[in-house]
Write a protein that binds this ligand. Structure first.
Ligand code: TMP
Length: 235
């Protein structure tokens, strides 16, 4: 597959055209940002880890019957994926209070929920990705009612798949953010990435943070946490 011109550069990935209009190549960077790009840095080796972890997990999710953008891993940092237009919603599932949930609602980090929560943010950097509900998303024409129902169902199923997967590897899945895309045929599929950038992972025994919170909160040991997660993955 021929890699052609770059069509997009985000905070953590670049996207390139291929000679097939239905396929693009994503190229994962080591760049890290937090707080809507206010904090900038590099996490050495992150691109390789996020690429490989994301691909591994997407294949498991696909096997469970949820369509994903994954096509083929091309190199350590590059993957061939289906071309989509991203639904501008950050879909967040939480099992345990942490991060913005703890802040908004005054709940200590670590409080375990009886049921997972599902929330949406409007993916819009200029507005700072504001929280919204499904009615707002429909009013803003970010997705149809049917698409939101499907996305919600997929997100909660992905949570069950990942919770079990990580639990078997000694990791508690605290929360995560996913994004969906729409193909040219109108199919909604899981896109973007699943990685320590986009999930909160706590060691099951010690509670140690094994994700991007180490970078966000200047906890140190960022690279070690990412490579520990790769070891847990079995890579
Ligand atoms: P939050 O508690 O800061 O809202 O984050 C919830 C989850 O979403 C957490 O696993 C980290 C992930 N996340 C992203 O992937 N991108 C973002 O821009 C933010 C704010 C959170």
């Amino acid at each position: 597959m021929e890699k052609r011109e770059q069509i997009y550069e985000g905070k953590a990935k670049k996207v390139f055209k291929t000679d097939d209009p239905s396929l693009v190549i994503v190229d994962y960077k080591d760049d890290a940002t937090a707080f809507n790009g206010l904090k900038k840095g590099t996490i050495s080796g992150k691109g390789v880890i996020n690429n490989q972890m994301s691909n591994f997990i997407m294949q498991i999710i696909e096997k469970e019957g949820i369509p994903t953008h994954f096509v083929k891993e091309l190199s350590e940092r590059e993957t061939l994926v289906k071309s989509v237009s991203i639904v501008p919603l950050e879909v967040i599932v939480r099992n345990i209070a942490a991060g913005s949930f703890s802040k908004h609602y005054g709940v200590e980090e670590g409080v375990v929920f009886d049921e997972p929560t599902l929330e949406f943010s409007y993916k819009n950097d200029d507005l700072g990705d504001p929280l919204l509900n499904s009615y707002h998303a429909i009013a803003l024409k970010l997705a149809t009612k049917e698409e939101i129902a499907l996305i919600s169902d997929y997100a909660l199923r992905i949570n069950e798949i990942m919770k079990k997967f990580w639990d078997e590897r000694g990791v508690t899945l605290v929360d995560f953010k996913i994004e969906f895309g729409k193909t040219a045929d109108g199919e909604i599929i899981l896109a973007d990435e699943i990685s320590p950038d986009t999930c909160r992972f706590w060691d099951k025994k010690t509670g140690e943070k094994l994700d991007k919170d180490r970078f966000r909160r200047d906890l140190g040991g960022v690279e070690d946490a990412y490579s520990e997660m790769m070891t847990r993955l079995g890579k």
